[in-house]
Design a binder for this molecule. Structure first.
Ligand SMILES: NC(=O)c1ccc[n+]([C@@H]2O[C@H](COP(=O)([O-])OP(=O)(O)OC[C@H]3O[C@@H](n4cnc5c(N)ncnc54)[C@H](OP(=O)(O)O)[C@@H]3O)[C@@H](O)[C@H]2O)c1
Length: 250
């Protein structure tokens, strides 16, 4: 019997879970456990790290996983590398469900940096009002630039003191709209937006808002991931599963 493991935590993984649930295929959705209340899924869920490549190999064996789809965020480089390594070791077919990177359009004022460290370095200088849209995990890195007035949007309210002395927190998990993001940035008097190049529609609103408001964006480019089969939509994944010998019964 086939068993699909979906590495999730993204809008794309959620859409895939819905599509897979309709087929009746045995599948499990895996969350890292980064947020307090992960969204419910229409397929069984597990939460928490596997314990590196060895742990993922053990999980694959003990749960008879036959196919793996990595639908994690494009910045989840460690999990993506572990998935490639574990599938190479076990012979389990692997595909990634990915989304194209955002591209600037006419009138956008983006400065590209290769990674978080370069984004931190680029914030050297006089105090500005910065919408820091990089998620909770990297806030400590920006403690090296404490002079700015930061606007942070987080999925959960912080429980520990923030590493940034001047920060306003908005708790929201989206989806976001351009109009509401414009209002948020106007109210904060944002002068600069810092964003990862996540791609997709869910988090694009802040870039469209920055465009309309004429604000510069410090764009953190994606990490380079190991080569793998990349698919664009849940329908592509279902086709890939069929070609890999899975009987989807539809
Ligand atoms: N990075 C972002 O900007 C971002 C944004 C939105 C959502 N997310 C989601 O948040 C999760 C963590 O992202 P990250 O950037 O911290 O990843 P990461 O740095 O690549 O992963 C670090 C470790 O977290 C565990 N992990 C990550 N994703 C997992 C998953 N789906 N299921 C089980 N364990 C997982 C693995 O632990 P073990 O080594 O112990 O297995 C992995 O080695 C991902 O699922 C991602 O899709 C990330």
């Amino acid at each position: 019997m086939s068993h699909l493991l979906i590495l999730g935590g993204t809008t794309e993984a959620n859409a895939l879970a819905r599509a897979v649930a309709e087929t009746g295929l045995r599948a499990t959705y895996s969350y890292a456990g980064r947020v307090e209340a992960p969204r419910d899924q229409p397929i069984p869920m597990r939460v928490g790290g596997f314990g590196g490549v060895t742990g993922l190999v053990d999980y694959i064996h003990s749960n008879n996983v036959t196919h793996l789809v990595n639908a994690t965020h494009p910045f989840a480089a460690q999990m993506s590398a572990n998935a490639c390594a574990a599938c190479a070791k076990t012979g389990v077919p692997l595909a990634a469900l990915t989304r194209p990177a955002w591209q600037p359009v006419d009138g956008d004022n983006w400065r590209h940096v290769p990674d978080i460290a370069a984004a931190v370095a680029a914030l050297e200088g006089a105090s500005q009002r910065v919408f820091l849209a990089v998620g909770r995990m990297h806030l400590d890195d920006f403690a090296a630039q404490p002079q700015h007035d930061y606007l942070l949007r987080l999925v959960d309210a912080p429980t520990d003191p923030l590493p940034l002395p001047k920060a306003q927190v908005v708790v929201s998990r989206g989806p976001f709209t351009k109009e509401r993001d414009k209002a948020l940035m106007e109210q904060h008097k944002t002068q600069l937006v810092v964003s990862k190049n996540a791609g997709g529609t869910g988090a694009r609103a802040k870039l469209d808002a920055a465009h309309d408001l004429g604000l510069p964006v410090l764009m953190i480019d994606r990490p380079v991931l190991p080569p793998r089969t990349e698919l664009a939509t849940p329908a592509d994944v279902l086709r890939w599963l069929r070609h890999s010998g899975v009987n989807l019964g539809v």
